[in-house]
Ligand binder design. Structure first.
Ligand SMILES: [Zn+2]
Length: 58
């Protein structure tokens, strides 16, 4: 597999804590993208759910 960040071959070893990235640097760079808002997480549609507290329970 290749590093999603730098496209270098990644060592798929169990002791690689940075998978799927090749290194901590690439993982941090990708994380920075998220924090920078370059990746947009689609917001799920908010369904109008009835209020469960709307009732006269004892
Ligand atoms: Zn990389």
């Amino acid at each position: 597999m290749k590093c999603p960040q730098c496209k270098k071959p990644v060592q798929e070893e169990d002791n690689n804590p940075f998978l799927p990235f090749c290194s901590k640097r690439c993982k941090m760079v990708d994380l920075g993208k998220w924090l920078d808002g370059k990746y947009v997480i689609p917001d799920p549609p908010h369904a109008a759910s009835p209020d469960p507290t709307d009732g006269d329970k004892d």
